[in-house]
Design a binder for this molecule. Structure first.
Ligand code: URA
Length: 440
């Protein structure tokens, strides 16, 4: 295949053959392609799109560009979850132990935060001693012993996606539905999932800012899953404001622990219950949505989820006492309160801006490989729709230095919009799109 012809075909809106796409990924994996030609092709895809058949083939080729995990010695049916990322999204820290407590093994590969979005690995590393660097064998033995294990993505899984994503990142070609969908699904399927619960975020703090865009991404990923013999459900969940109240690594761990102890913020609790129930359904440990919901509610209220969290932390060399004593988590030397300058109702809290402010405090990173400060971040006291009065605290800013807290407060004041009008809070979950086998 001549690369120039391949690029021209996509430029002119033609459909690639399966053989061409497989050759592309084989050569990409073998470093046998020029970045300038790949970049031109990526831009052509961004403009022209891909058919469903092309997208499924691309996903399949990327899955087989590296190792594909087979975890069926651990369970007959492996269920995973994936969030498209957001601000204050500590869902995995709650959902993973809840689902594992229901007897469904959880083997998860997670990522780190970048830009305004947080990452599960950074959050877990805020727990003293927690080790996310498990190789595949350690992952297996940990799941066998405890029913739960989480590690960073290994370079051996879907390496073609890693290469393509690095190029997309610097050529402004990330926001293409088929490229996003194939990237996410290739990694999940290469990680050994038979069924996947997708948590597709929508709003200012998400990739997809509108509900139709988020639905289109979710439906495409579901069709890819179906095309490759996987069961996929998807939640369309709000990310116009941060999820829960805490944004920042240790602060989010603390909120996850409180949630597992039965005292979480309402939106986070609801989101985690919906997602956990969906995983139990996908994992066939519950037969109906009602049964799944009752089961996860019971695991939360009985403390079984928190017990599993404690066991999980200890299994990965973390200090399990954090589940009972949040003062063992790293804390920031400066904590200052932002107060409201007026009476009114919170109209909205710009999730992206809150993520950027937390990042500027040190909770996030601009570039891959940079260190994060586990202690810093923001804890909101109110969410959209709530009434506030003048001088009432709106949020606590946890910072290393007073000047950083002051700068954050000025930005946060703009990010929390207050007005006279009473507004309804956004729904936590807009829709649940069920896997076909679960709806029949
Ligand atoms: N997350 C991924 O893994 N890939 C994308 O392309 C976008 C988000």
């Amino acid at each position: 295949m001549r690369m120039v012809d391949f690029i021209a075909a996509k430029r002119d809106g033609q459909e690639h053959t399966a053989a061409e796409l497989h050759e592309l990924i084989t050569r990409l994996t073998a470093d046998d392609l020029h970045d300038y030609q790949l970049s031109a092709w990526l831009m052509a895809v961004l403009w022209r799109g891909m058919t469903e058949r092309e997208t499924i083939t691309l996903t399949e080729a990327m899955i087989h560009s590296g190792e594909v995990l087979d975890l069926h010695d651990l369970a007959d049916w492996i269920v995973d979850k994936h969030s498209t990322g957001g601000v204050g999204d500590k869902t995995t820290l709650v959902v993973a132990p809840l689902v594992a407590a229901a007897g469904l093994p959880v083997v998860k590969m997670s990522g780190r935060g970048l830009g305004y979005t947080g990452g599960t690995l950074d959050k877990l590393e805020a727990i003293p001693g927690f080790n996310v660097n498990l190789d595949i064998d350690a992952l297996r033995t940990t799941v066998q012993a405890h029913g739960i294990a989480l590690a960073g993505q290994t370079a051996q899984l879907a390496p073609a996606d890693g290469k393509l994503y690095a190029l997309r990142d610097v050529t402004a070609t990330v926001p293409s539905l088929p490229l996003i969908a194939s990237s996410i699904m290739s990694k999940k399927i290469a990680s050994g999932a038979d069924a996947i619960a997708l948590d597709v975020k929508v709003g200012r703090g998400a990739f997809m800012e509108t509900l139709p865009e988020a639905r289109a991404l979710a439906e495409l990923m579901m069709r890819i899953g179906q095309g490759l013999g996987k069961q996929v459900s998807a939640l369309l969940a709000d990310m116009s404001q941060p999820l829960g109240l805490a944004v920042g690594n240790a602060l989010e761990v603390a909120e996850a622990v409180r949630t597992l102890a039965g005292c979480g913020p309402a939106d986070l609790v609801e989101h985690c219950l919906v997602l956990s129930a969906e995983m139990l359904l996908l994992g066939k440990v519950a037969g109906t949505p009602t049964e799944a919901r009752q089961r996860v509610e019971q695991l939360l209220s009985s403390g079984a989820g928190l017990d599993k969290f404690r066991e999980w932390v200890a299994a990965q060399q973390g200090d399990p006492r954090v589940a009972d004593d949040l003062t063992l988590l790293p804390s920031a030397p400066v904590i200052s309160e932002l107060v409201s300058s007026q009476d009114g109702y919170i109209q909205g809290i710009d999730a992206r801006e809150v993520g950027l402010i937390a990042g500027a405090l040190g909770a996030g990173r601009e570039r891959k490989g940079e260190a994060v400060d586990p202690a810093v971040g923001i804890v909101l006291h109110h969410k959209a729709g709530e009434a506030v009065s003048r001088n009432q605290p709106l949020a606590a800013i946890h910072a290393r230095k007073t000047e950083q807290a002051d700068a954050a407060a000025r930005r946060l004041d703009d990010a929390i919009r207050i007005g006279d009008e009473r507004v309804a809070p956004p729904p936590t979950v807009y829709e649940v799109l069920c896997a076909p086998a679960l709806t029949s």
